[in-house]
Design a protein around this ligand. Structure first.
Ligand code: NDP
Length: 778
């Protein structure tokens, strides 16, 4: 095509980026790669080819890691960790900063190599992936610098195993490695089998930056290598990928004491109201679903359009789709590149071919010959339960239905097991900011989409996983409180056959939905004092009682919408009422435990209530200064329904320490009282009854922790399970939690010093950060 012809037709001319430098770099490495362990590339071994999905050409051959390779990488990381952490924040910051500078210096090489390996348009790798990866290292260089002053009670976890997917190879690497090494951890990272090349180039950058040996180790291979890392002697697993593999990793790490963060799939809603700027919303949609060929965990893949504008919107959308340019990813004018691999192409084609619902429009565009290309596709008129409205397609396929009212939009948007991101388009800021808190998602974008920055945490709720990457909140995933762990011995109840201490029979019931309820099974347990005297009976709750309690808690969701001020008032009121009966509670605790610490325990419990009340209206979010004309509002939201197995050794204080911060933040709780000493909890019902606590906000069960833990951790309406039980339940809870990927916080057999106020830690566990991006300006 000549320039004159281009001017005549106004067609886009070709604008190819040269691949010469990147191909030369591969040739320089012998086109064969080993791993990067202890600061050295190992010799290449048996493995697999890495191909360019746009052409099918082999780029390099990679090595499949063996168990010995993984062991060597973990050993190198372990050896390096102490010294790396001891270097201190400012010392580490220098290296992160150097890596960021080097990434910037070699940015075009990284961008081209990423595009060759993954198939994403060069425009995206050049302008989004690589700059964001640099930004993560700069940002976290700052975090390392500030760690000692801003996180004085935190220390590194140790060695982190990190497993990443193929959709944003270098960016996901940066999201994982930057915060980990900033906080003093060392890492063993496995890139995805399809896209390992930029990770191997990054290894070279680590060498150039003089990063101490063993701080970053990279092993290549398939899912089996991921399994080896998961099973290895590491302190944490950070995973991004599919929900099914995330679930397996949750099960595999259950009870190991390894910290876990999972960033999983999504089916994110893209909601367009009738007052939206439609042309902008269409451009946003191009970014939402055709960016990276729709292979984006937070892709706006589920379009919800308000009925009145649907026809006009679809026709504009189809016109825009027909203008998209699909072609060589190295062409700077191309909008849609190649899907990562023939396997993924087959998955996408298979899912679309199996669908018989709705009406399909595929972009009327010239498709490249050969290579892994799939046309931009829209399927409209689906119903919410259609498989394509529920399943992650992970390709350039948009599915859609309409809605009438904002309330219906919320219902449809939340009708998914995922909860990663959501987009809202409307010119009405009141409507947008009213919608944002109602959407079950870790990130909400208003009048924009796919906005990311290192300063704003990214991550999901529900089956989209847990943990955040980026921002202050992301650091929690790579640090732990400095504390020496002491083992927790099982607290056994006293035995006895003595006469009742008080002839008047008082059999405590359960506390469900604000009422005292008889245990469903009709069984009770006797509670004896140290001398063997019968102190009373407590109900033995079963699975059905757990179901009733969870139902009551789920039904009390209006609690989450109350103000912090109101929740504080109620917590103060509980504190006052407990204080009025302090002596009675202290005597009860002493009688059950056979110790004399009751008075001290009750006083600490009252203080815990007052502290949680104090925080209720002060544990605020943040406004992140993200690089857009606008803000990202990091809002702290309640986790939802929390099940907690309360401490056996501190029957009142343990229960109050878990309950108070949880309800202060708007959660509803189902508490399993101390198994050995349940009667302080059952006396507490009356305190709750007289303190204006709405029905269902606090539910208390008594009975076997093992049985209650099983029922709570496998219940799909429970969002988090905490365990401070002296029974050995951590592994069982974590394994059962994989069902709906609920958050867990378990003691792994270590003791908690209940006299120490750890309310801040509880507040952190009781909340999730939702980042709401609000661009502004005319
Ligand atoms: P996976 O979840 O299988 O892969 C993610 C990473 O985990 C890869 O490095 C993979 O290795 C590794 N892995 C695979 N199995 C295990 C295991 N048992 N234990 C530990 N690590 C493991 O995603 P896929 O690449 O197979 O893609 C499948 C689907 O997942 C996609 O179609 C898409 O729907 C979804 N997906 C979602 C992503 C997200 O960000 N939400 C990202 C990628 C995929 P290897 O690549 O070598 O198999």
């Amino acid at each position: 095509m000549t320039i004159k012809e281009i001017f005549d037709s106004m067609e886009y001319g070709p604008a190819p980026e040269s691949a010469a430098e990147a191909l030369a770099w591969l040739v320089d490495q012998g086109s064969r790669f080993g791993h990067f362990i202890n600061g050295e590339y190992t010799a290449a071994g048996e493995g697999f080819d890495s191909r360019n999905p746009a052409t099918g050409e082999v780029l390099a051959s990679l090595t499949q890691a063996t168990q010995a390779d993984v062991d060597a990488a973990v050993e190198a990381a372990r050896k390096a960790q102490g010294k790396w952490e001891a270097l201190g924040g400012p010392g580490r910051a220098k290296y992160l900063y150097a890596i960021a500078r080097l990434l910037q210096k070699h940015s075009r090489l990284f961008a081209v190599l990423e595009t060759l390996d993954n198939g994403k348009p060069i425009r995206e790798s050049r302008d989004i992936d690589i700059p964001l990866a640099q930004r993560h290292f700069y940002y976290h260089a700052g975090m390392a610098q500030l760690m000692e002053s801003e996180l004085p009670g935190a220390e590194a976890l140790g060695v982190c195993g990190q497993i990443i997917p193929w959709n944003f190879p270098l960016l996901m690497l940066a999201w994982k490695i930057a915060p980990a090494i900033a906080m003093g951890n060392t890492v063993v990272l496995k890139p995805a089998e399809y896209t390992s090349l930029t990770a191997l180039l990054f290894a070279d950058i680590c060498r150039q930056a003089g990063l101490p040996k063993g701080v970053v180790n990279i092993v290549t291979g398939d899912g089996a290598v991921g399994e080896m890392i998961t099973a290895a002697d590491v302190d944490k697993i950070a995973f991004t990928g599919s929900t099914s593999v995330g679930r397996k990793i949750r099960e595999a790490t259950a009870g190991s004491g390894k910290t876990l963060t999972l960033e999983l799939g999504g089916k994110s809603p893209y909601i367009v109201f009738d007052d939206a700027d439609l042309d902008s919303a269409i451009e946003g949609l191009v970014d939402a679903i055709w960016f990276n060929q729709g292979q984006v965990c937070c892709a706006g893949s589920r379009l919800l359009v308000q009925e009145g504008i649907a026809e006009r919107f679809y026709s504009k959308l189809k016109a825009r789709m027909d203008g998209l340019r699909v072609g060589s990813p190295l062409d700077k004018c191309v909008d849609v590149g190649a899907v990562v691999d023939p396997v993924q192409l087959e998955t996408i084609s298979g899912l679309v071919a199996a669908n018989t619902a709705g009406t399909m429009h595929q972009a009327q565009v010239e498709m490249p010959e050969g290579g892994c290309f799939y046309p931009p596709t829209l399927i409209e008129g689906l119903s919410p339960a259609d498989p394509l409205m529920q399943e992650e397609i992970f390709g350039p396929v948009l599915v859609s239905c309409t809605f009438r009212t904002p309330a219906e939009a919320v219902e449809l948007a939340n009708n998914t097991r995922y909860g990663l991101a959501a987009t809202v388009w409307t010119e009405n800021v009141n409507l947008a900011l009213d919608m944002a808190p109602k959407l079950a998602a870790g990130v909400v974008w208003v009048n924009g989409t796919n906005m990311f920055d290192a300063a704003a945490g990214f991550g999901g709720v529900r089956e989209s996983g847990f943990g955040r990457e980026g921002g202050w909140e992301g650091l929690a995933a790579y640090t732990r409180p400095k504390a020496k762990a002491k083992p927790l011995a099982k607290v056994e109840p006293f035995e006895g056959n003595g006469a009742p201490a008080d002839p008047l029979d008082r059999t405590a019931k359960l506390y469900i939905g604000g009422k005292q309820a008889r245990p469903d099974g009709g069984y009770s347990q006797a509670v004896y004092g140290k001398s063997g005297a019968l102190l009373g009976h407590a109900g033995l709750a079963n699975r059905k009682d757990v179901r009733n309690a969870v139902e009551a808690a789920a039904g009390a969701q209006s609690w989450s919408k109350t103000t912090g001020h109101l929740r504080a008032q109620i917590l103060y009121y509980i504190g006052e009422n407990l204080s009025a009966r302090a002596a009675e509670f202290a005597a009860r605790i002493d009688a059950m435990t056979g110790k004399k610490s009751g008075t001290e325990e009750v006083e600490a419990a009252i203080q815990r209530l007052f502290t949680a009340a104090a925080w209720a209206d002060k544990y605020d979010g943040q406004v992140h200064g993200v690089p857009i004309r606008g803000v990202a509002l990091a809002m702290k939201e309640p986790v939802g329904v929390i099940g907690a197995l309360c401490a056996d050794e501190a029957p009142l204080l343990g229960l109050v320490s878990a309950m108070a911060p949880a309800i202060a933040m708007g959660n509803r709780v189902v508490l399993a009282a101390s198994e050995a000493f349940p009667l302080a909890a059952t006396d507490f019902y009356q305190v709750l009854d007289t303190s204006d606590v709405p029905a269902g906000v606090v539910n208390i069960l008594t009975g076997s922790h093992a049985e209650l833990a099983k029922a709570l951790s496998s219940h799909l309406n429970v969002d988090a399970v905490w365990s401070f039980s002296s029974s050995d339940l951590s592994a069982a809870i974590e394994a059962a939690s994989a069902g709906n990927l609920k958050r867990t916080w378990v003691n792994n057999g270590t003791a908690t010093d209940w006299m120490q106020d750890q309310t801040k830690r509880f507040l952190q566990e009781a909340t999730e950060v939702k980042n709401i991006w609000v661009p502004y300006g005319e």
